[in-house]
Design a protein around this ligand. Structure first.
Ligand code: 0O2
Length: 208
């Protein structure tokens, strides 16, 4: 595929990411306007770079013509939450949406990866209106707490630095850091009501 073909192929993915970012950020604003705790803290999104798509296809032995069906995270959204319980609320909201058709869920929270990675992944079909008509594309939505995101971001950059071969001693430290992030989430959940009340008072104060 030449560059122009890639641009054409990725165009609906770009649109899906932009649309979903707006929609998910909109949800957060609605909670705020109602003076309620938002289960969504912030949202990010990206289209996988061409080099990473090709790399993944090579790694998983996926022929180029099957990329569309077999690489599920070309369009990727990430929803960060304050509390572990918020993740459930967000997943429920996603399941109830009419613009998403969920095809798979991966629970790396109750089943963490060996690396220490924790997150909830939802893979869904999302309809994009193109000039040729409606096209349903796959999007992967990762839902995680701020602590899980902190860990995953650091681990991702170390993985990049060491080309996927993180030295054993650093791997061990990362596993310990993942445990610490897990405990932080647990501690925050214990004092969740206190924190929520404080945040409501604080946001009222900043509004007035
Ligand atoms: P990027 O830069 O985030 O786009 P696989 O790629 O084979 O591991 P699979 O089965 O295609 O995974 O999908 P899965 O398990 O849902 O994981 C894909 C994405 O989840 C990864 O995308 C990461 O974003 C995240 N992820 C999964 N495992 C780990 C991990 O151990 N550490 C971190 N930091 N992130 C992880 P990409 O393609 O790696 O990259």
């Amino acid at each position: 595929m030449n560059y122009q073909k890639w641009e054409q192929f990725l165009s609906p993915y770009k649109q899906a990411v932009e649309e979903l970012k707006v929609k998910l950020k909109g949800l957060r604003s609605q909670f705020e306007l109602e003076g309620e705790h938002s289960p969504i803290e912030f949202v990010t999104g990206r289209v996988k770079p061409i080099a990473s798509i090709l790399d993944k296809a090579r790694r998983k032995n996926i022929p180029i013509e099957n990329i569309e069906d077999e690489i599920q995270d070309i369009a990727g959204l990430r929803i960060m939450c304050q509390f572990v319980d918020d993740i459930k609320t967000v997943v429920k909201m996603l399941r109830e949406r009419h613009d998403l058709e969920i095809v798979e869920e991966r629970d790396y929270i109750n089943h963490k990866k060996d690396s220490g990675y924790r997150s909830y992944h939802v893979v869904a079909k999302y309809p994009v209106q193109t000039f040729k008509g409606l096209k349903k594309i796959l999007v992967e939505i990762q839902i995680r707490t701020l602590a899980m995101n902190f860990w995953a971001t650091i681990e991702h950059s170390l993985n990049y630095k060491y080309s996927g071969n993180i030295p054993e001693d650093i791997k061990l430290r990362l596993q310990r850091a993942a445990e610490a992030a897990y405990r932080l989430d647990e501690e925050m959940s214990q004092i969740r009501e206190e924190i929520r009340e404080a945040q409501v008072i604080f946001s009222r104060k900043t509004e007035s």
